[in-house]
Ligand binder design. Sequence first.
Ligand SMILES: [Zn+2]
Length: 379
Amino acid sequence: GIVGHTGYNSCPKCHAYGRRVENRTVLLETDSPLRTDHEFRLKIDSTHHKNVSIFEQLPNFNMINSVPLDYLHTILLGVMRKMLDLWFDTKSLYPPSIKAKISQKISLLSTYEPKEFQRRLRGLEKMKLWKGNELRTFLLFIGPSALKDYISNEHFQHFLLLHIAITILVDESLCIKFNAIAKDLLYKFIEEFSFYYGEKNHSFNVHLLLHICDDVIRNGSLDNFSAFKFESYLGKIKSFVKSPHQPVEQIHNRIIELLSISQLSINECALNYSLKNPLENGFYGKILINDVLIDGSSTCDSFVQLNNGELLKILRFRLLENEIIAIEMDDFLVVVFTIDDSCAVIRKEWLVDQNSCFFPSTFEYHQAMKAKSKSSYRT
Ligand SMILES: [Zn+2]
């Protein structure tokens, strides 16, 4: 490994040498020579290295260029969060009244966030709790409108340099074409940072912005190599552990279960299944599909998740016309269309009679009518 971010020669990409300002290490140099794989392996800058990295054993691995910077930590949790703290934290540049007004604007603007946004942006009173996705929403979408007319024009113009540069770098179609422009904007942003916020705040992350455009050229847009998806999966892994006893085994078992569920499709149900636990009127209480048990009487084995993420509780099953299984749920049925043998989950009210149902495949009225006349089902 290499020295941490408080080290004088901590930049993993260049030879910028830090200095101490008010008990903080700052990296102010912007024109230092870049590090190379060759000199890294020779440990020429000896104090940059803490020990020999195991990655040096990987074939065709460049110890500088094959290790891209991560924009979740560098830009969002790093620079964007620092600017928010400088503007609105205690002893900040703007009074609480301005913070409150911007917060109001954020809550108004955030109501327009489309549902594809993973997390709705909360107000500035919760900014200490903002997750990476919220900082991303602020930097790329809501920040410019929320800040305009509330912070000084100098701070606003300076923030826009970062906003525009990162907007270019997250866009697949712009990140290479306008890479040089993004680099110029970030260079100006870094150069002006100390002027507006003081040298002591010119931190490691601010310096790293110098190098992010080169990583985009090598790896594509920022989301291509960000830690977002790994961080969100870490949360999922944590949720697998329900007790302190044998946590690794619990994680392993949940992952194996998930893999077996993801391989199960409704179409496969008809191919390899066996019904168990016969009830009245041709119903069954359990079904074994490709070694996965669904038990209508059990709380933990009776739920299925549809492709749209919706959870359904299955109550019982039945067999009709000696062919296809029916899976009956609280308000839903699984039907098989004879026209092409495809399956779908429908609401019970869509069932017309034993041989037909409504099915608004594209949610257009005429399509549904057509489906009624053409499609039949075998439950
Ligand atoms: Zn550097």
